[in-house]
Ligand binder design. Sequence first.
Ligand code: CMP
Length: 156
Amino acid sequence: MSDSEYSLPLPPNQKHSMTTNRTFTMIKPDAVVAGNSGAIIKMIEEAGFRIVAIKKTQLTTDRAGQFYAVHSERPFYNDLRTYMSSGSIIPMILEKDNAVADFRKLIGATNPAQAEEGTIRKLYAKSIEANAIHGSDSDENAQIEGSFFFAGTDEF
Ligand code: CMP
């Protein structure tokens, strides 16, 4: 049997890690400080997402910069690092069929002024920067962003 034909079974807690049914989110400092995290988590669960991993934490400015490194050339990058390290955040890994796309529909457009009625950002975002919640934009980034917060934990 060649190496490519031989595959070990994945541990139970990794059986979905390469599939497309997970996304990553974090509730941002504006929503946590406003006391909206409970209402937001309720919306997420009522939309059919299962919480695989969750914690409350705070980023340093450097860690916030690493998370958003893809935006390092954008004019808002420094403000974003400062804002994202200004208070507690609640990162989560979520599971549902079609998780990435369905979750982006649930949260709405980045700019709350353009977000559809009933979306999380329409309801809770304060501005284009303090926009209540993040959602991964691809399966690949969901994996990378989930690992950023949960690599090495049982949940992940
Ligand atoms: P998010 O979806 O987490 O991805 C990048 C973040 O950068 C975004 O949400 C906002 O918080 C922030 N952002 C994006 N565009 C702007 C902008 N034009 N001005 C300020 N902040 C922005």
